[in-house]
Design a protein around this ligand. Structure first.
Ligand code: COA
Length: 162
């Protein structure tokens, strides 16, 4: 069974991430969504909240497991028995950062491969930060987020403004 590990901060999960997961299932038998706490990014949602939202979005996708990891990504991949790291390449601007991470990961653990997938064009401009900005200014979120994720994001922004 080929297992792909899809790591990220997922603050919160967007349709762009879901698109990559769906595409990954054409290549891997199982995809593990691995959430990094990433406190340095000062996430809007706690790790538990991010995991719960991903579980809701992935509810019907039985070949997807949702978990979290601490420490180095390559250590998690090897501990889990994953066959490759999955990353989405949205635009040329992603390339340098992704190239650097993939090469560093290979340097640390040469047997761990990284596989890049291109999201659908309609999601190629998405990022969690840009969606939080849209939400912060009262914009519609239905095109970008699962309804439950949109609701939680709107609630969180509202509570921060009180
Ligand atoms: N659709 C929509 N948005 C996408 C996307 C897609 N297909 N792919 C990426 N993004 C967005 C994310 O939402 C995120 O947006 P934000 O910065 O506005 O929050 C951004 O692109 C990229 O962030 P993310 O996917 O969270 O990755 P990252 O660059 O922050 O790295 C890890 C996350 C977990 C892969 C990395 O920090 C890591 O490996 N950490 C473990 C420690 C480690 O091993 N370090 C050494 C690495 S070389």
């Amino acid at each position: 069974m080929k297992i792909g590990i899809y790591p990220g901060t997922f603050d919160p999960i967007t349709h762009g991430h879901t698109d990559i997961i769906t595409r990954s299932l054409r290549v891997f038998d199982k995809v593990v969504v691995a959430v990094a706490p990433n406190p340095s990014k000062h996430p809007l949602f706690t790790l538990t909240e991010r995991l719960e939202m991903i579980c809701i979005v992935m509810e019907k996708m039985k070949q997807v497991e949702v978990t979290h990891f601490d420490g180095l990504l390559v250590d998690f991949v090897q501990r889990y028995g994953g066959h490759a790291i999955i990353r989405g390449l949205r635009a040329i601007s992603d390339f340098e950062h992704e190239f650097q991470m993939a090469l560093m990961n290979r340097k640390i653990a040469k047997q761990v491969e990284t596989v890049f997938l291109m999201p659908s064009e309609e999601y190629s401009y998405l990022s969690s930060t840009i969606i939080k900005d849209v939400a912060n200014h009262g914009g519609a979120l239905t095109e970008f987020l699962h309804p439950e994720v949109a609701r939680q994001l709107q609630d969180r922004i509202r509570s921060l403004k009180i």
